[in-house]
Design a protein around this ligand. Structure first.
Ligand SMILES: [Fe+2]
Length: 388
């Protein structure tokens, strides 16, 4: 038996070279190219790879079914019972005011799997009608915008400019706890030679060259490691409160140029303008979540949805002060050298540790350009915790 045959009996994990995080995984032959059919040992190895490298890429998954995607996503969270919820409540996602408002395009037979991308698609999986997907861009979310002529239909010898849309953790941040794992399947993606330049528009004039619509990741553990010893102590012992229905609360607001937080302009809705909410469902979470496999501390904050910050000395910071402090802690982590911009090939499956990374959409599309992805995450029943 050759070495390669021996290898094919189990999964292989290969860390990405010269990248701040990530690994690729190849599957053993017995699972017929379906990662939801791994045996217990290999599933454990895959789980450990996700929590160690934070983003796992499995190529050749163009035929990965929505049912398998759901089963795989669910399999990483032992807290899940029979009653399963997508990471957000449907009625809140579909609320006209929500910044996450989408037409809720889901797979009819597996509604926990959502369809994302750009352009018009027709597939019985999505229903009888055509679906029309719109890739989100900073033009609808940031306070200041790049010049449109630098982003759309640029001359052939120029590279279009873009921004990080919004750095985030997948989570409703109200009533439902953050999913542990998100799976994202790139079915039809732009070619690798189509580049766009992420402009930070920060004082350092940072830039990052990426494939059009690359999905960008940073490690929450690296974010924690970059803090001063004093700030580490502070974040370990502080708690963050998110607004009730946070994506509706900030629906009139606009974000900073880097998509990390919201500009303080006083445009938040009054709490009484929000859909009904209950005190007991408001999320007050540690800022640091400890990785159960590596033991590392991850700074895990959704900078756009913060509401109040509870410091260890008993002080409670309001909206503006909380945003400022959180921003100071988060910003170094998105410097270009710390970002893993996943450049997609058709049929790649990314499995990421949603409780250990932050991620952002990038890029925009000209008329007629298309992209198609299936995404799944499931709200956990387990509260994220810090082990000090
Ligand atoms: Fe996301």
């Amino acid at each position: 038996m050759t070495t390669s045959q021996i290898k094919s009996e189990t999964i292989t994990v290969t860390p990405l070279v010269d990248k701040p995080l990530g690994c690729t995984v190849t599957l053993p032959s017995y699972c017929n190219n379906d990662p939801s059919l791994l045996n217990e040992d290999d599933h454990k190895k895959l789980y450990e790879a996700v929590l160690t490298y934070l983003v796992v890429v499995i190529p050749g998954q163009g035929n990965f079914s929505p049912k398998s995607q759901y089963n795989l996503t669910k399999s990483f969270d032992s807290s899940l019972k029979d009653e399963i919820s997508y990471g957000h409540e449907d009625k809140i996602l579909a609320n006209d005011k929500s910044i996450l408002k989408r037409d809720l395009i889901t797979i009819k037979e597996q509604p926990e799997v959502h369809v994302l991308g750009n352009g018009v698609w027709n597939d019985p999986k999505y229903g009888k009608e055509d679906i029309n997907l719109k890739h989100p861009t900073h033009f609808t979310f940031h306070k200041d915008h790049l010049p449109k002529e630098k982003c759309f239909d640029v001359p052939e010898n120029e590279i279009p400019w873009t921004r990080f849309y919004r750095w985030h953790i997948d989570s409703a941040l109200y009533k439902l706890y953050p999913p542990k794992i998100t799976t994202l399947l790139g079915l039809k993606v732009p070619s690798k030679d189509k580049k766009q330049l992420v402009k930070y528009d920060d004082p350092e004039n940072n830039e990052l060259l990426v494939q059009q619509a690359a999905t960008c990741f940073v490690s929450g553990a690296n974010a924690f490691d970059l803090l001063s010893e004093e700030d580490k102590d502070l974040v370990l012992n502080s708690k963050i409160m998110y607004a009730p229905h946070p994506y509706i609360y900030i629906s009139q607001c606009a974000a900073t140029n880097d998509g990390l937080t919201i500009c303080n302009e006083g445009k938040e809705l009054e709490l009484k303008e929000l859909p009904p909410w209950e005190e007991k469902h408001i999320m007050k979470l540690p800022l640091v979540w400890t990785n159960p496999v590596t033991g590392k501390h991850h700074l895990q904050v959704h900078g756009c949805c913060v509401y109040k910050l509870y410091l260890p000395n008993g002080e409670v910071l309001g909206l503006e002060k909380s945003r400022e402090l959180i921003y100071k802690w988060m910003k170094p982590a998105i410097n270009p050298e710390n970002v893993y911009a996943h450049e997609w090939s058709n049929g790649e499956l990314c499995i990421f540790y949603n409780r250990g990374v932050w991620h952002s959409v990038s890029g925009q599309f000209d008329e007629g350009e298309t992209r198609l992805c299936h995404q799944c995450n499931i709200a956990s029943n387990e509260v994220p915790s810090v082990q000090k």
